[in-house]
Design a protein. Structure first.
Length: 284
């Protein structure tokens, strides 16, 4: 398989009160074509910042790219102009964000929003309605012709997320980045969306980055796992290897937090942060 994406020693900080606060430190990973990488960690660990940094969607300032490379088929995206990046954003690299209700524009119909995506990234499409219906059917939306005139608020949360996935896939991206795509959905719909992403990834031969805080869902979905903590990748490797034989205390703690039916209620494990450790040391 040919390597599609390689992130090497990526360092990013945010300007706050005149000082640069580090957000990512030497983040490195790589993806072959057709593979899925799971970026795992708790809220604030740097997962979404990493994803947005790939196509430089972080506003600069306050974000400061302090070093590293993001190679997409050998091209360093950090060196491209804004105009050059437009061919990658939403086109060759597409995103599905956390909450579809905040990502879809409430004043435009589903057709209008998907048609805009196709006009920008699919000049080969002649019949927009037929293409839109095709992708809505691909993601399992019933009566797709009727949904064309619908506004986002007229759809359920699960349907909105399916529309977001259809919109992202309609550009036929080489890389799909799904940033916690099931956050606002109930458990049953979560399972449906994850199964859908897995099936489409295999069917289309697409490369995918799946961002989640839940290690329980990645088995069978991801080939590799990168565990993030405090802006760093603390463990990185094949999915089964990490799930079966975790090495880092943070990965072990995340796995220990997964509820199991056969266990009685217990206190979940915690990890002392670096700031708390410094405070404990100073008090001693």
């Amino acid at each position: 398989m040919a390597r599609l994406l390689e992130v090497s020693n990526l360092n990013i900080g945010f300007v706050t009160n005149g000082e640069i606060v580090p957000a990512l430190h030497n983040v490195s990973f790589q993806l072959e074509r057709g593979e899925t990488l799971a970026l795992v960690g708790e809220s604030g660990s740097g997962k979404s910042v990493t994803a947005l940094a790939i196509t430089r969607l972080l506003a600069s300032p306050p974000a400061i790219y302090q070093g590293g490379e993001i190679l997409f088929e050998g091209t360093n995206l950090l060196n491209l102009s804004e105009k050059e990046l437009r061919t990658y954003r939403g086109g060759r690299i597409a995103y599905v964000f956390q909450e579809a209700s905040t990502s879809l524009n409430p004043v435009y119909t589903i057709r209008s929003q998907m048609a805009e995506m196709l006009r920008l990234h699919r000049s080969d499409v002649q019949d927009l309605d037929t293409e839109i219906v095709h992708w809505l059917e691909m993601v399992g939306i019933t009566s797709p012709q009727e949904r064309l005139k619908a506004y986002p608020h007229q759809l359920s949360g699960g349907m909105q997320q399916r529309v977001m996935i259809a919109m992202a896939l309609s550009a036929k991206p080489d890389l799909l980045i799904a940033d916690e795509p099931t956050t606002a959905l109930d458990v049953t719909i979560q399972a449906q969306i994850l199964k859908l992403l897995c099936e489409l990834q295999k069917k289309l031969g697409m490369t995918m980055i799946l961002i989640t805080h839940n290690l329980a869902i990645i088995r069978g979905l991801a080939h590799q796992v990168a565990v993030m903590h405090h802006g760093e990748i603390v463990e990185y490797g094949k999915t089964e290897q990490i799930l079966q034989h975790p090495q880092h205390p943070y990965t072990k703690a995340l796995l220990a937090c997964i509820p199991r039916l056969e266990e009685h209620r217990r206190r979940l494990p915690t990890i002392i942060s670096s700031c708390e450790q410094e405070e404990v040391t100073s008090n001693e």
